[in-house]
Design a protein around this ligand. Structure first.
Ligand SMILES: Nc1ncnc2c1ncn2[C@@H]1O[C@H](COP(=O)(O)OP(=O)(O)O)[C@@H](O)[C@H]1O
Ligand SMILES: [Mg+2]
Length: 482
């Protein structure tokens, strides 16, 4: 018997599995995947501040949310090796598609280098680069069939798997974020990007870029380029630019979820370290450095700009100063969750007019203009249910043997107190009292439902753009608009 046969197929399989566990998923598990060694080598080329950001997205990642208010985001049916937790680098195929076959939108703030990467002229025709997530190659087959293959990009997933950090191989000094259509289900929703979100996201950038007197504590990652293949209801792509101040390390931001994520080595969470460093009590720290600036910003954006955000643990990052403590400034990403109240903005004398903003034809549907009332709950739902819920769990656990009290936790109650205290001060307007009432009604609702026998009956919100409605009966607009 040959030594190989004696060794046996079973032993060979065990060895193979052991090898796979040792080096991570084998490259053949997904053809686009770089080997573990190549992944490490590629990541090492990224600027240090970007590597630190990616570490937070992939290692200090907490998916915990209050499932009574937000749909659980723990379930991830995509390929494991492409998920953020795998921390792998993979290749993204790209295709140059004739601009006539797509609708594309760009903000004026797009940097020339990013524009060059996505738009080119060939034989007198404009072509747009479509970036395809490895799990969406068959989804896009009808678009890519006649397109010219472009060079691959390198990428690694952020906490929101479909949003990847991407860079041109050999040019890791200039990475950007690409929010790609991911044809796999995460948290109960297929993560392809709906049509309406593409124009709106670039449009929100346009509004914010031109807005005066935004709260000093508010900053954002601009969504400078968006693409939507014609004839598709879902399948958009959005490019988020990373400001130079972040690439250089001058400004540092940490996802809110990383504050309370448990480090794998069992050491204290980032927020526990920060609290210790500040010498403050958890109550003072969380109230004055997290809750108060967020509440002030929320009220200011809503009352002076007619804008609401979706401030959950993944969408918002907090600025960390040179002293290692939060500065009170928040960096927002993901304009899919932003809502703009155009009636309110008109009353405030703010432009731009709807007619100057990008749309694929059905403005009210794409911009959710009828939804603004609901969004008054977003602070309570997303900041409360996504962030404070976790801080409450960590710092306000009842004493051993005591039952969990019904109703909002200590920090959520603080948010309510801060809302009441700041509403008149920040807005200077009586009409704002209505919002505070709405908030407290939501709080009351939360108390009632949590105390009830079946808390799952509470209304929950998905962490995704609303599903696309039936196709609008409008002629698709031509590409290349602002
Ligand atoms: N702590 C978290 N809170 C919310 N979403 C999270 C968190 N951690 C990971 N995620 C992932 O980020 C995505 C958040 O949804 P959403 O903001 O709507 O998506 P996107 O940023 O891709 O537009 C989901 O895919 C979810 O699984
Ligand atoms: Mg998001």
């Amino acid at each position: 018997m040959s030594p190989w046969r004696a060794f046996g197929a079973r032993s060979a399989r065990i060895l193979l599995v052991a090898f796979a566990l040792f080096v991570g998923a084998p490259a053949w598990a997904a053809p686009s995947l770089l080997s573990a060694t190549a992944s490490t080598r590629e990541r090492a080329q990224l600027p240090e501040p970007v590597r630190a950001w990616l570490y937070n997205e992939q290692v200090l990642l907490s998916r915990s949310v209050d499932t009574e208010r937000i749909y659980a985001v723990t379930e991830n049916l995509q390929k494991k090796e492409l998920a953020p937790e795998a921390a792998r680098v993979f290749k993204l195929k790209t295709y140059w598609v004739d601009a006539e076959k797509l609708d594309s939108f760009e903000a004026r703030s797009i940097e020339p280098a990013i524009r060059e990467l996505f738009v080119r002229k060939r034989a007198g025709r404009t072509e747009v680069r479509l970036v395809v997530h490895p799990e969406s190659e068959s989804f896009y087959a009808s678009v890519t069939r006649d397109a010219t293959p472009g060079d691959d990009l390198h990428a690694s997933a952020t906490a929101s798997s479909r949003t990847v950090l991407a860079w041109k191989p050999g040019d890791a000094a200039h990475p950007f974020f690409a929010k790609l259509s991911l044809n796999a289900q995460i948290g109960g929703v297929v993560r392809t990007i709906p049509k309406g979100e593409v124009a709106r996201s670039v449009g929100v950038t346009k509004i914010l870029d031109g807005e005066k007197k935004l709260p000093g504590s508010f900053t954002y990652l601009p969504e400078v380029f968006g693409v939507m293949p014609k004839g598709f209801e879902r399948g958009g792509m959005i490019v988020r630019q990373i400001p130079a101040s972040i690439l250089s390390g001058e400004k540092r931001y940490v996802p809110l979820f990383s504050l309370y994520a448990d480090p794998p080595d069992g050491s204290p969470t980032m927020i526990e370290d920060m609290i210790k460093k500040s010498g403050e009590s958890p109550d003072t720290f969380v109230r004055t450095r997290i809750i108060r600036p967020m509440v002030e910003q929320w009220l200011d954006l809503l009352s002076h700009h007619g804008i609401t955000t979706e401030p959950h643990g993944q969408n918002v990052l907090v600025e960390v100063g040179k002293d290692g403590l939060p500065t009170g400034t928040f960096l927002h990403r993901d304009f899919g969750g932003f809502n703009v109240d155009f009636d309110a903005r008109q009353k405030l004398g703010l432009g731009p007019d709807k007619s100057q903003l990008p749309t694929l034809g059905d403005f009210d549907k794409e911009w959710h203009t009828t939804k603004s009332e609901d969004t008054k709950e977003n602070l309570e739902t997303y900041f409360g249910g996504g962030v404070l819920f976790n801080l409450d769990k960590r710092f306000a656990r009842p004493a051993r043997g005591r039952a969990e009290p019904a109703g909002p936790g200590r920090f959520e109650t603080m948010m309510d107190e801060e809302l009441r205290a700041r509403a008149t001060e920040v807005t200077g307007k009586k009409r704002f009292a209505g919002l505070v009432q709405a908030m407290t009604a939501t709080q009351r609702h939360a108390i009632e439902t949590r105390a009830a026998e079946k808390p799952a009956a509470a209304p929950r919100k998905p962490l995704a753009s609303p599903p696309a409605r039936p196709a609008p009966r409008v002629a698709p607009a031509t590409g290349g608009r602002r």
